[in-house]
Design a protein around this ligand. Structure first.
Ligand SMILES: Nc1ncnc2c1ncn2[C@@H]1O[C@H](COP(=O)(O)OP(=O)(O)OP(=O)(O)O)[C@@H](O)[C@H]1O
Ligand SMILES: [Mg+2]
Length: 220
């Protein structure tokens, strides 16, 4: 896959205008999971807060290259540097609608992390409208799906969240991230859940999210 340098990389944008939805957590971890899968991966920090860049500084750029592209020219800026990469993961910015519109235009797949709370579910409406508007003029591209973030196991919430999200008529991944301390503790050291044994449950849930997305992009 890394051989064909003329080919455009697959662009996965992790977006949600709601702050704290789990975008950076999923973007950094999933980017590392692609590296582990021998994909040449670039992580784009589109958030002026620079969280992914701060994380990258803590690990001395040793996990995945991170570049900050936090202007509305992100599509043009990214095209200028993406040659040779298999996968580009964009960590989305909260609140900046113009950044979301720009990222939706360049992405092959939009992953929308959403926490299991009504406020978080309601807050997705604008992003879903942006994605739909794009899909309407591009024969359904980019594909998009919700992923439930910080799920607390063994609660009835999961079922209720599914029912509420179904109103948006976008797919909901079967895989989720659960509420686990390894996510913030690994991030605070500039690491990911893959810095522990890969059999740990958090790493397994990230792999599961990655594989489900790749199946949706490339599967039958
Ligand atoms: N699965 C999880 N389990 C426990 N904590 C989590 C999980 N996912 C995210 N968090 C924590 O929740 C907080 C918000 O997550 P994160 O920074 O990834 O969200 P974000 O959408 O990138 O936020 P922002 O909109 O500010 O960029 C962080 O402190 C993060 O460590
Ligand atoms: Mg973030």
């Amino acid at each position: 896959m890394s051989q064909d340098y003329r080919r455009k990389p697959t662009v996965l944008a992790v977006l949600n205008q709601k702050g704290g939805a789990g975008k950076t957590t999923i973007a950094t971890n999933i980017a590392h999971s692609f590296v582990k899968d021998h994909k040449k991966t670039l992580l784009v920090d589109s958030d002026p807060q620079g969280s992914a860049r701060d994380w990258n500084e803590l690990n001395d750029s040793s996990i995945v290259p991170v570049v900050g592209l936090d202007r509305e020219t992100i599509a043009k800026d990214l095209e200028a540097i993406w040659t040779g990469y298999d996968i580009v993961v964009i960590d989305g910015a909260p609140q900046i609608e113009k950044m979301s519109i720009a990222a939706v235009k360049i992405a092959d797949f939009i992953l929308i992390p959403v926490q299991p709370s009504p406020y978080d579910i309601w807050a997705c409406a604008d992003l879903v409208d942006i994605i739909r508007a794009r899909q309407d003029v591009t024969e359904g591209k980019p594909k998009a799906a919700f992923v439930i973030s910080r799920l607390i196991r063994n609660t009835k919430l999961s079922q209720e969240v599914h029912m509420a999200l179904e109103e948006y008529k976008l797919p909901i991944l079967k895989s989720t991230t659960s509420q686990r301390v390894i996510y913030p503790t690994s991030a605070s050291e500039g690491k990911t859940v893959f810095c522990e044994e890969e059999s740990n449950p958090a790493a397994q849930e990230i792999i599961s999210i990655r594989d489900e997305i790749m199946e949706m992009i490339y599967g039958a």
